[in-house]
Write a protein of this length. Sequence first.
Length: 195
Amino acid sequence: MINFNSIEYKYSYGTAAQLKDSELPEIVFSGRSNVGKSSLINKVFNRKNLARVSSVPGKTITINYFGCDSVNFVDLPGYGYAKRSASEIKRWGEMIEAFFASERDIVLVFQLIDFRRKASGEDIQMLEYLTQKHIPFVIVFTKCDKLNKTQTLQRMEEIGEELSNFDADAILFSALSGQGVEEVKQKIIEVTEAL
C-alpha cells in the first residue's frame, strides 16, 4: 500500500519540450489558479511545503512532479489567471496540450473546483476534455469550509444542475478542517492498488 508520508518532490517542467515520457502511472491534480491545489497536495501528503503555496494566483507555471517508486503525482499549473502575459498563457496552453497528448499513463485526475463559485467555462471545458478522452476523474470541491450549512446545501443543489452532464464522484474538501482528506487518500489507494 502507498505510504503517503514517503512522497517526495521529483522534478518540474517549464516548457512542453522538457516533458519526459511517462515512466510510472500518473495521478494528476488540475484546476483554476488559486483553487487550492498546493494546499490540497500538502494536506493529503502531510507536508508543509511539498507543493509551494502562493498568495499570488497563477504563480505555479510549471508542471511539478512528486512521487514514490510506484506512482507519480502531477501538479498542473492553474488555468484562468487573467493577469498573465499573452506569452505565458500561450506557453501554459502548449504545456497542458503536450502533457495530455503525450500518451501518458494517467490513471486518475483530481479536478479541483472552488465550492463557493459556479464552475467556470474552463472548468467545464476540462471536464468535457477528460470525458472525451476517457480519462478517469474525480471532482474535488475545495474551500468548502467557507460556507455555512444553508449555503452549503444551496451550493449542492446548484452543482447538481451545473455539472449534470458529468458522471463522476465528488469530494467536498477543506485544507483547513481536513474534511475530504481521507476520501482523497482512499481514491488514491483504490487506483494504486488496482495497478
